[in-house]
Design a protein around this ligand. Structure first.
Ligand code: NAD
Ligand code: DAU
Length: 340
């Protein structure tokens, strides 16, 4: 591996991966390729922008010519695909962009990668492909039962990766991460959304009874997990990157309020997300065999994350304007009005 194309590298997890790779592997060229959608943000990459082993290219993974050109220009031998539409609620409001990027985009990247003769293709996926897990833990060979347009689009992308591995003998690996949190996460997702809203003493719209369970993974652990699978994963295999920190949403929300010393009265139980999965839980045993371990427990990770949002208003205040407010109104106005 020498010239690595990191798609979606200006997003939350992709940028943590780029920062990690640029610092850890000075001999690699890390080329971040990103469409800079509402979720892409070059502020996430300020700390590496002057590094000699880092480049940024603006482009869409579903744009064949653009992908072919970047593969040629940088003589890319490895692709790590983080690029995706990633927010479940937005996929319920409008699935279009999810099919474009998570399915068609993944296909175009694979196809151009194959024609260019790349080595490894590492595809970043999610525990949501397994669907709602009432009890026990998903393992990598479990069937896919995705329930939201987001989850279905990620499952579709994964199936294209599988097809390219089997049909064209491409060297592929897949990671399936659990709910990730940490600095630089777009404030539409539970932890950054509730933290920044609570800082402004605004209501926290908790869906339904708040007893849904998510398994929380600190972003730096996720980024290192992708690095381990990229370097050590067996071709054709998928690896669960599970945080093994299961929490009820209500308990995460109360922890955030306690860290900020804000009252529980900010919590508003609003009408539930449509098709809301109650629980995700995966076994991380297979990734552990590659030597991957989480370094952060949830309490330490949440504390560090909340502190980061408190100290970095410059990063999130300018995001919570314009398009963000349109989305906020569409997603929450009726829900909050229903419980007023
Ligand atoms: P994000 O929404 O923060 O970032 C997505 C990035 O992809 C943005 O920079 C965006 O500009 C870019 N992008 C979107 N469409 C593109 C396109 N067509 N071409 C090029 N770039 C495009 O997402 P994230 O939370 O960092 O998630 C990254 C990956 O990890 C996704 O594939 C997601 O499905 C997966 N994942 C996320 C989580 C999580 O909890 N956030 C957990 C498991 C897996
Ligand atoms: O599980 C991995 C997935 O985690 C990733 O693949 C997705 O990209 C990522 O967005 C995340 O999906 P979730 O839907 O689980 O994350 P979100 O932060 O949107 O929600 C976490 C939980 O909190 C979920 O049960 C819904 C609930 N929630 C979320 C929001 C935004 C609320 O109750 N109220 C809210 O306003």
């Amino acid at each position: 591996m020498k010239n690595i194309l990191v798609t979606g590298g200006a997003g939350f997890i992709g940028s943590a991966f780029v920062r990690h790779m640029v610092a850890t592997y000075p001999d690699y060229q890390i080329i971040c390729f990103d469409k800079l959608t509402y979720a892409g943000n070059l502020d996430n990459l300020l700390s590496v922008s002057d590094e000699t082993n880092y480049r940024f290219e603006h482009g869409d993974i579903a744009d064949r010519e653009c992908v072919a050109s970047v593969l040629r220009t940088y003589n890319i031998d490895t692709i790590v695909n983080f690029a995706a539409e990633s927010h479940v609620d937005r996929s319920i409001l409008d699935p279009d962009a999810f099919i474009h990027t998570d399915v068609v985009g993944a296909y175009i990247l694979l196809d151009e990668g194959r024609k260019h003769g790349i080595g490894r293709f590492c595809h970043v996926s999610t525990d949501e492909v397994y669907g709602d897990i009432e009890s026990g833990y998903s393992t990598e060979d479990d069937r896919f039962l995705p329930n939201s347009p987001y989850a279905a689009s990620k499952a579709g992308g994964e199936l294209m990766v599988r097809a390219y591995q089997i049909t064209y003998a491409m060297d592929t690996v897949i990671t399936r991460g659990s709910n990730t949190y940490g600095p630089y996460q777009y404030p539409e997702k539970l932890i950054p959304f509730f933290t920044t809203e609570a800082l402004d003493d605004r209501p926290l719209p908790l869906y339904g009874d708040g007893k849904q369970i998510r398994d929380w993974l600190y972003v730096d652990d996720h980024a290192r997990g992708v690095d381990v699978v990229l370097h050590c994963g067996e071709s054709g295999e998928a690896y669960n990157l599970a945080g093994e920190n299961q929490r009820h949403n209500i308990s995460v929300t109360e922890d955030i309020l306690e860290l900020l010393q804000k009252p529980k009265s900010l919590i508003k139980h609003v009408p539930d997300r449509e098709g809301h999965d109650r629980r995700y839980a995966m076994s991380a045993a297979k990734a552990r065999q590659l030597g991957w371990r989480c370094k952060f427990n949830f309490e330490a990770g949440l504390q560090a994350t909340v502190r980061w949002y408190v100290e970095n208003e410059w990063w999130w205040r300018k995001i919570k304007t314009g398009e963000y407010l349109d989305y906020y109104r569409q997603q929450y106005a009726k829900r909050l009005a229903a419980v007023d």
